[in-house]
Design a protein around this ligand. Structure first.
Ligand SMILES: *Cc1c(COP(=O)(O)O)cnc(C)c1O
Length: 439
């Protein structure tokens, strides 16, 4: 069912699954098994020799997880995907698969706090260094940051938390002119709102924990590729190196990942090296839950975007709000890029500036009743959080400033409730915060 002629909404409920291969079960079965019978010694030889495709061990592949992988591949019109246990595992495996053995990643400070902190402080310990561009809005700044040992450019399609949008195609052009892949973290964009490959991505990473799962129940991550990038160039010798693991059974000739998996070498390599040996495998049950979420992705995201527009409008008219950072807000500098890259809307996660003092901000957060105060996004429920002290709390003041996170920042992730109820909830919380201050 990987028919690319089918529409997005058909693929999101059907791609990657043929009931005839699963005892005609209508829903995707949960293959809750660690391992698989090899059947016979002859079959085991074929499986381990990669002459026959089949399941060996759930750390490497599992039929339930495979449906999720194929479904995301279809939604993004890619050639392959690998699902992992969290969005951070997806980011890490994708970047290490590029910069293995040392190298540099060019990126922007406008990233998820965990990605920023890992790149800045943890990756260097593995020989992978980061160059943060100074002006993320200028694609030429990305070009200037590229060095001979740069291995990739990483950006978020819609940035966490301020929903800024970079000139993605111009940055893709910079990457490709330098023989580099563009990695897009499309967690906020989702495959529904943003067609990453059409706009120049070579590798997509997702935290499936967020909008793909959509219910705040399950951690997961996915890496998707479109098989177009030329890995044979000099920067990525590990894709062309012959491996004993991939030897031809009859002759013993060692083969490279490019030779054995020409359509999807990147995700094949993540699977055979990182998933197999670093082990952040997604559980079959969690893959099932993420599939449930995927089936209603468009319906949820369109309602969340519509709700977000109502909230943006309400906040813009509120004199206790100093600014609203969403491309739909009046005068937002990213409107033109949003119209170009996000015709269905630029998401439902955004920030605003709280127009009171710190004490009032605390009162405000404590006063919301419908909005849940916690660190997640893309949930069916609406969420609120003070990013500078939580999701981006790993960043020091200087890094927060570079990432555009001011101390008055509040992030909202708009859910599926009635917009009127959400607005009433914010209104009563503002009232509580601003009345108390007068006493
Ligand atoms: C949450 C998030 C991640 C990390 O995902 P987890 O599933 O929480 O590990 C990575 N990138 C972005 C943009 C995120 O919002």
């Amino acid at each position: 069912m990987a028919d690319h002629n089918l529409g997005f909404d058909t693929l999101k409920v059907r791609a990657g699954y043929d009931s005839r291969e699963h005892n005609y079960a209508v829903a995707v079965p949960i293959y809750q098994t660690a391992s698989y019978d090899l059947g016979s010694v002859g079959r085991a030889e074929k499986l381990f020799g990669m002459e026959e495709a089949g399941y060996l061990y759930t750390r490497i592949a599992n039929p339930t997880v495979a449906v999720l992988e194929q479904r995301l591949t279809a939604l993004d019109k890619g050639t392959g995907a690998v699902a992992v246990a969290s969005g951070m595992a997806a980011v890490t495996y994708a970047l290490l698969n590029l910069a293995e053995g040392g190298g540099r990643i060019v990126t922007t400070p406008r990233l998820y706090g965990g990605s920023f902190d890992a790149l800045k402080h943890l990756y260097p310990k593995f020989g992978v260094h980061v160059d943060f561009v100074e002006d993320s809005d200028d694609p030429e700044a990305f070009r200037r940051a590229v060095r001979p040992d740069t291995k990739a450019i990483l950006i978020e399609s819609i940035s966490n938390p301020n929903s800024t949008i970079l000139d993605i195609e111009a940055i893709a052009a910079v990457a490709h002119e330098n023989g580099l892949p563009l990695v897009i973290d499309n967690t906020f964009g989702t495959p529904y709102l943003f067609d990453s490959f059409a706009h120049g991505a070579d590798i997509i990473v997702y935290s499936a924990t967020k909008a793909i799962g959509g219910h705040g129940t399950t951690l997961g991550g996915v890496i998707v590729e479109n098989g177009k990038f030329d890995w044979a160039g000099g920067r990525f010798p590990h894709f062309a190196e012959p491996q004993y693991l991939l030897r031809e059974q009859e002759t013993g000739r060692e083969r490279s990942i490019l030779e054995v998996f020409p359509e999807a070498p990147f995700t094949a390599r993540v699977r055979l090296s990182y998933l197999a040996y670093f082990g952040a495998a997604l559980s079959p049950f969690d893959a099932f839950l993420l599939l449930q979420g995927t089936e209603t992705l468009s319906e949820r995201i369109s309602k969340q975007v519509a709700n977000a527009l109502r909230i943006v409008d309400y906040l813009q008219k509120n004199d206790r709000v100093s600014w609203v950072s969403h491309p739909a807000a009046d005068g937002n500098p990213y409107q033109a890029l949003a119209a170009r890259y996000f015709p269905k809307g630029a998401g439902s996660i955004f920030t605003f500036g709280f127009g009171g003092n710190e004490e009032q901000l605390r009162t405000f957060l404590n006063a919301v009743k419908l909005f849940s105060y916690h660190a997640n996004v893309g949930d069916a429920r609406s969420l609120i959080i003070n990013s500078p002290k939580t999701t981006h709390g790993e960043l020091n003041a200087e890094d927060q400033a570079a990432a555009g996170i001011t101390p008055d920042t509040i992030r909202l992730s708009i859910g599926l409730e009635d917009a009127d109820d959400l607005i009433r909830d914010l209104e009563q919380a503002f009232a509580a915060a601003f009345v108390e201050s007068l006493v």
